[in-house]
Design a protein around this ligand. Sequence first.
Ligand SMILES: *[C@@H]1O[C@H](CO)[C@@H](O)[C@H](O)[C@H]1NC(C)=O
Ligand SMILES: *[C@@H]1O[C@H](CO)[C@@H](O)[C@H](O)[C@H]1NC(C)=O
Ligand SMILES: *[C@@H]1O[C@H](CO)[C@@H](O)[C@H](O)[C@H]1NC(C)=O
Ligand SMILES: *[C@@H]1O[C@H](CO)[C@@H](O)[C@H](O)[C@H]1NC(C)=O
Ligand SMILES: *[C@@H]1O[C@H](CO)[C@@H](O)[C@H](O)[C@H]1NC(C)=O
Ligand SMILES: *[C@@H]1O[C@H](CO)[C@@H](O)[C@H](O)[C@H]1NC(C)=O
Ligand SMILES: *[C@@H]1O[C@H](CO)[C@@H](O)[C@H](O)[C@H]1NC(C)=O
Ligand SMILES: *[C@@H]1O[C@H](CO)[C@@H](O)[C@H](O)[C@H]1NC(C)=O
Ligand SMILES: *[C@@H]1O[C@H](CO)[C@@H](O)[C@H](O)[C@H]1NC(C)=O
Ligand SMILES: *[C@@H]1O[C@H](CO)[C@@H](O)[C@H](O)[C@H]1NC(C)=O
Ligand SMILES: *[C@@H]1O[C@H](CO)[C@@H](O)[C@H](O)[C@H]1NC(C)=O
Ligand SMILES: *[C@@H]1O[C@H](CO)[C@@H](O)[C@H](O)[C@H]1NC(C)=O
Length: 455
Amino acid sequence: MSQSFLGCFYLLFFLTLDPWFSKPSITLTPTQQISTGMNVSIECQGAESYLTFSLFKSNNLIASQEAEENRNATKFFFSEVRLEDGGSYTCRYHRIGFPFRWSESSDPMELVVTDPWFSKPSITLTPTQQISTGMNVSIECQGAESYLTFSLFKSNNLIASQEAEENRNATKFFFSEVRLEDGGSYTCRYHRIGFPFRWSESSDPMELVVTDSSLSKPSIKVLPNERISPGQNITIECQGPEKGLNFSLYKSGELITSQVTESERNRAEFPFFNVGLEDEGNYTCQYHQCVEEYHATSLHTILTVFYLHPDSSLSKPSIKVLPDERISPGQNITIECQGPEKGLNFSLYKSGELITSQVTESERNRAEFPFFNVGLEDEGNYTCQYHRRGNPFAWSEPSNATELVVRGEKIGWMFHLPNTSSLSSPGDLSPKPANFVRPSPLVIPGHLCCAACLP
Ligand SMILES: *[C@@H]1O[C@H](CO)[C@@H](O)[C@H](O)[C@H]1NC(C)=O
Ligand SMILES: *[C@@H]1O[C@H](CO)[C@@H](O)[C@H](O)[C@H]1NC(C)=O
Ligand SMILES: *[C@@H]1O[C@H](CO)[C@@H](O)[C@H](O)[C@H]1NC(C)=O
Ligand SMILES: *[C@@H]1O[C@H](CO)[C@@H](O)[C@H](O)[C@H]1NC(C)=O
Ligand SMILES: *[C@@H]1O[C@H](CO)[C@@H](O)[C@H](O)[C@H]1NC(C)=O
Ligand SMILES: *[C@@H]1O[C@H](CO)[C@@H](O)[C@H](O)[C@H]1NC(C)=O
Ligand SMILES: *[C@@H]1O[C@H](CO)[C@@H](O)[C@H](O)[C@H]1NC(C)=O
Ligand SMILES: *[C@@H]1O[C@H](CO)[C@@H](O)[C@H](O)[C@H]1NC(C)=O
Ligand SMILES: *[C@@H]1O[C@H](CO)[C@@H](O)[C@H](O)[C@H]1NC(C)=O
Ligand SMILES: *[C@@H]1O[C@H](CO)[C@@H](O)[C@H](O)[C@H]1NC(C)=O
Ligand SMILES: *[C@@H]1O[C@H](CO)[C@@H](O)[C@H](O)[C@H]1NC(C)=O
Ligand SMILES: *[C@@H]1O[C@H](CO)[C@@H](O)[C@H](O)[C@H]1NC(C)=O
């Protein structure tokens, strides 16, 4: 046998694939976000022990190593990984002592190294708010230079890659007719075209929250009522269409708290103790139905809570009932509220409920609320409160309460009381519950549902 023939013969052996060997597996640790300087290992695993594993980078052999005794796998370590270590790796093995019969190659495994010199990409969603099912949405990823390929990840899984157009540092991923299941947390990374193993770090995560247009809006209200005085304890109540929802309360668009209702209730109650000026603002509430992985949300409603400023220039008004004597049924009386200055807008409350309001004439600092033909039903504790005409958000403290007691002079009167008493004032006649609930949109930042709601 000539040398050349022997060489040929060996080569033939080298190329022999042993069909009985199973395909090795290859795994990278850590699995993602590898940056320069990290310690990385690549594990190759076969089906038996007494194997020698070889590691290939772009099909070039770079290392061989025997598995430890009784182990079917071995680890190749890269201490302090460098940018140049990025690449596509495969493993093969042969039995120890039989270097000519090899297993087939493992699937390729890509080692992608984060280049610290690449700037972090930015990620933006269009439209920025109120995305509901069926809308067309785009996610734009932007880097600092051109000739980049951008990859879009959802919950850290690569879902799409796209080259930026020439001379552009950004690209857009389109979602036509967005579905609930498109909701989630997205990030982008990029690499230069032609250098697929050297990537930028991830952008900040961007939450795509898809509003389910089939869900009804929650309602929101403040208890005991919308007129809030400093130091009071109040509750903001959100109510949805079904039980066991996760309600989120937002103040001026920022999530402040969330609450999962008990399985028997469709309402969340958010208590606020000792309210102060800092609590003033626009509150909205929104609920999530907990659908695995989706970030479906309801539409939301907006509640404007106007906190009564403790404005020291707005001193407490005084209140009195005129005439200041025993009041009989059928009598005409006046409740008078007096403030420190002219041109005030007074509101009169009976047992905490707004019954009417009145603007004083420009020359007077007093409002007079006439009551004709008073009856027993008018009895109660009355208070008043005012604001300056130009500033409906800064209210005075409520006055001391005055108690209206109506007594018949003869017992017989008691049985002949008028059924209703009329109430009128020169100003605003109708008792008007303040309407603070407005169906207007507000920017809602994204949020991570729902894993936590699942049992
Ligand atoms: C990486 O491994 C080397 C030894 O191989 C060690 O000295 C170093 O501390 C390790 N670095 C990290 C970040 O674990
Ligand atoms: C390799 O060995 C491990 C335990 O050491 C075992 O769990 C695994 O199933 C083995 N792999 C194969 C492909 O036989
Ligand atoms: C969404 O995009 C598709 C094409 O991708 C278009 O046919 C459709 O009219 C668009 N819908 C809206 C609401 O813009
Ligand atoms: C990307 O390009 C746009 C114009 O095309 C430019 O305004 C922007 O500053 C660039 N961004 C970066 C990070 O270089
Ligand atoms: C508000 O609630 C706190 C704690 O429950 C209580 O101590 C306080 O008296 C309450 N204040 C008012 C005005 O009801
Ligand atoms: C509440 O919202 C209204 C309209 O959106 C806005 O004019 C007002 O300034 C907001 N108030 C506060 C305290 O944010
Ligand atoms: C309210 O009541 C307090 C104590 O009862 C009293 O000192 C104060 O003068 C009253 N204020 C007015 C404006 O009537
Ligand atoms: C109360 O006022 C009404 C209307 O001004 C008047 O008709 C009626 O006589 C008055 N009643 C008394 C008891 O003064
Ligand atoms: C007076 O205040 C009430 C309550 O804020 C308001 O509904 C009413 O419109 C105001 N009246 C005037 C004339 O400003
Ligand atoms: C008015 O308030 C006083 C003291 O809080 C209470 O005793 C009285 O029952 C109240 N009157 C009415 C009619 O609610
Ligand atoms: C007063 O109420 C009684 C019974 O509730 C009714 O029979 C009567 O007609 C009422 N009177 C007026 C003036 O409404
Ligand atoms: C409820 O929703 C909020 C906001 O999306 C989220 O932060 C919270 O984890 C959820 N709570 C539960 C128990 O799922």
